[in-house]
Ligand binder design. Structure first.
Ligand code: C5P
Length: 301
């Protein structure tokens, strides 16, 4: 028996960051949106545990840890331990989500693996337990399970769905050189030594989403990590400027970067913005839309 589960990348429409907590994590108030750039995780029955990864041509396979320390290895161990069974499966990840790109690709892999292995092992984990195990694996993993558009609080792991009937068009400009999320958060602390413990709210953005108002959404997109990301990688502000010149309604750094995402008012204008980036020499440019579903089974064999 084989299960393939697909899980989406995320964009933070709003990433409000507060002063670090005692455990070192930052309190967040974030609005996530799952977009149609996805990784697939396939799990089959096996006498032992193995994990393989395949990547598209433009991605550097060496960046994926496959030494027993991939987040999928840890997901399998946590799920197996929860049920008191051995973690046996042959698992492969087919990646499309940029590695270390600020789009939660590792989190998507973990969420997809949890769903695939739950099915493969027939252990019927409750939604509550699956979300709890997901939160142990990383702040963004619960969102990768539920997908859609959602409000995230805590360190990002407490998620509640937000009604969103619109289709929003995005262009993702991927940077070949990834960024370290902890480094960006550390630099945020250096730049904001007096940050409020309470992260800023997203009320205006949520009103724009509820109204399906693309110009309102463009005006209220916010990423508190962007200044730190620009400081560490000054080239990113040029990318944002180019998108604005080429007709995107608004561009922001995705999460901790370095992927930059641009909101467009239609599929056609998203494609026009993407073409402009390609002509400017950016090799990896994707047109996508959101919201899309969280981790879900796509094949049963
Ligand atoms: O939870 P996750 O493993 O994705 O977090 C990766 C790193 O990002 C953490 O070790 C921490 O340095 C930083 N982080 C943070 N505050 C958050 C989420 C992540 O400081 N709310």
């Amino acid at each position: 028996m084989t299960f393939t589960v697909r899980a989406p990348a995320k964009i933070n429409l709003h990433l409000g960051v507060g002063a670090p907590r005692e455990d070192g994590f930052h309190p967040l108030l974030t609005v996530y949106q799952a977009v149609g750039i996805c990784d697939d995780v396939t799990a089959s029955r096996s006498a032992g545990w193995s994990l393989g990864v395949s990547v598209p041509d433009w991605m550097d396979a060496d960046l994926v840890p496959v030494t027993g320390d991939n987040i999928v290895d840890r997901a399998a161990r946590l799920l197996a331990d929860h049920h008191g069974i051995d973690a046996k499966a042959e698992v492969s990840i087919a990646k499309t989500i940029p590695i270390a790109g600020g789009m939660a690709g590792g989190s998507a892999d973990a969420a997809a693996a949890l769903v695939a292995l739950d099915r493969l092992w027939g252990v019927e984990t409750s939604d509550e337990d699956l979300l709890r195990i997901a939160a142990e694996l990383g702040s963004d993993v619960p969102f990768a399970l539920i997908g859609g558009t959602a409000l995230g609080t805590g360190r990002g792991e407490l998620v509640e769905p937000v009604a969103d009937d619109e289709t929003w068009w995005w262009v993702a400009v991927v940077n070949p050189e990834g960024m370290s999320t902890p480094a960006v958060y550390r630099h945020f602390d250096e730049l904001n030594p007096d940050a409020d413990p309470q992260p800023p709210d997203a009320d205006d953005l949520l009103a724009a989403v509820a109204a399906g108002d693309v110009h309102g959404l463009a005006a209220t997109l916010r990423n508190d990590l962007q200044e730190a990301a620009f400081d560490l990688r000054p080239d990113l502000s040029d990318v944002i400027d180019l998108g604005h010149r080429e007709g995107a309604l608004r561009g922001i750094v995705s999460g901790s970067g370095p992927t930059c995402v641009f909101l467009a008012d239609s599929a056609d204008s998203a494609r026009a913005v993407a073409t402009a980036f390609t002509e400017d020499g950016h090799d990896i440019v994707m047109v996508t839309h959101g919201p899309v579903a969280g981790a879900h089974v796509v094949t049963y064999v």
